[in-house]
Design a protein around this ligand. Sequence first.
Ligand code: ADP
Ligand code: MG
Length: 260
Amino acid sequence: MTDQTNPLVEMKNISISFGGIHAVENASIDLYPGEVVALLGHNGAGKSTLIKILSGAYRRDEGDIMINGEAADIRTPRDAKKFGIETIYQTLAVADNVDAAANLYLGRELQTKWGTLDDVAMEANTRKVMGRLNPNFKRFKEPVKALSGGQRQSVAIARAILFDARILIMDEPTAALGPQETAQVGDLIKQLKQDGIGIFLISHDIHDVFDLADRVFVMKNGKVVGQARTQDVTKDEVLGMIILGKVPPGATPGPGAMRV
Ligand SMILES: Nc1ncnc2c1ncn2[C@@H]1O[C@H](COP(=O)(O)OP(=O)(O)O)[C@@H](O)[C@H]1O
Ligand SMILES: [Mg+2]
């Protein structure tokens, strides 16, 4: 992370309420190219709501979003896609009955000059993208319902890459996976990082994300408690931020920090 690069994403002083409940209050987070930023906090802390404002699923009441240093008017998921923002959900949103290539090209199928489906080109491109993400993957001819959770997650990520994602949001990406598959998603994330993609990794479980993240933001009751580089804090200190809102010396406090 150098001073010369603009942040890929800056969300500044974001607030949103649902019927008088402040789901997110005055929250600011940022993300640099090739960086993995974890967003941590208990269930109900406001993580998904904040990130849904970035993905265009919710409209903010207040605050600014900057992408590559410029104000970004994100009102819909389509707007977010225009800025290279893609979201991977824990629910492994893939189409079960078709193969990897059909999933990657769902809704934007390639056609031959005769107007028929260009299955050859779609499979070739799929092999290229999947080969980069998950070199061991060989099951191109099978419906994705036959794949493991980790393999399905790599199909979902490959789909985002094919959309030219520069900013990837992963909301609890390993919640439905076993330990081995979780490790596999970790490998995918390291690969994406090398390609300069910025990743927001959202989790209620610090153990899932701490080792992958360059920085963490902790949320509690809709507010940012603080942020830190993972190299400057321990897991226990971050747990103290999550549970008590207590900010350790290696972290920078936010509006939700416990006052002492
Ligand atoms: N569409 C909605 N309508 C009403 N309340 C919501 C809505 N979405 C989220 N909330 C509320 O906002 C708060 C934050 O939720 P959420 O962002 O899902 O937390 P997290 O992802 O950290 O578990 C919760 O109190 C939740 O009930
Ligand atoms: Mg959530």
